[in-house]
Design a binder for this molecule. Structure first.
Ligand code: ADP
Ligand code: MG
Length: 212
């Protein structure tokens, strides 16, 4: 079962739609432990990405993700711009030249992308960042792909792990990013970046699922 270019496009567009829909929610989460701009930051970036996708006719999945990355890097201020830029850039590098992707290919690309975000932001699991949603998602996807689980079931497991990781950030004390300035006071709030990362993984599940 392969993931097509059209599905890749629908993933990026779906992520943009989810960010637009949840803009106020993400900003509200960021107002509790940050500077109340995560929703506006991400929405500015993804709205800038959308018009770029139309001119990509004949492109492969690598070019699609690289264009998304470059646009996020150049339009999003704040920590999340370079971090999501890194994620999409690594997806684009892993998938360069491909117009179709297997479940295994998507799993490897997501894993490399999460690794790149970790290297860039120097955050580990439990630091109360987007890594807390992304790493469990990548791990669950790999486990499912290696088990020979169907693509649809693997994508569902990936999304469920991201959601769990997102919720698990609530009691954590932030050790990276702006929220870390609050120390113990950052506990009791869900991390905004982990929340947008869950939206990303959910958009992938929705776009790549075959049984619609
Ligand atoms: P800023 O913190 O600059 O205002 P945003 O509000 O857009 O940027 O994004 C905040 C989110 O970025 C946090 O909720 C967290 O998930 C993520 N983040 C911040 N620093 C890091 C880091 N070093 N590694 C991974 N994610 C991080
Ligand atoms: Mg912020």
């Amino acid at each position: 079962m392969a993931i097509t270019y059209e599905q890749g496009l629908s993933f990026v567009q779906g992520f943009a739609a989810a960010i637009a829909e949840n803009k106020d929610y993400l900003t509200e989460l960021d107002s509790a432990i940050g500077d109340a701009d995560h929703g506006t930051n991400m929405n500015r970036g993804m709205q800038a990405v959308l018009p770029k996708l139309g001119s990509l006719e004949g492109a492969d999945l690598g070019q699609l993700f690289k264009t998304t990355a470059m646009t996020l890097i150049s339009t999003v201020g704040g920590a999340s711009g370079p971090l999501y830029g890194t994620l999409f850039l690594q997806l684009g590098t892993s998938i360069a030249g491909q117009t179709e992707l297997s479940a295994e290919g998507w799993s490897q690309a997501l894993e490399a992308a999460v690794q790149a975000v970790r290297a860039r932001g120097k955050a580990e699991l439990g630091d109360k960042t987007m890594i807390d949603a992304l790493q469990p998602a990548a791990d669950a996807l790999r486990a499912a792909a290696q088990d020979g689980t169907s693509l649809d079931a693997a994508l569902a497991a990936c999304e469920a792990a991201a959601e769990q990781g997102m919720v698990a950030t609530i009691p954590l004390v932030a050790r990276k990013g702006r929220a870390s300035y609050l120390g113990e006071r950052s506990a009791g709030h869900q991390d905004p970046g982990a929340t947008s990362s869950w939206l990303l993984v959910r958009a992938a599940r929705q776009a790549f699922t075959t049984d619609t």
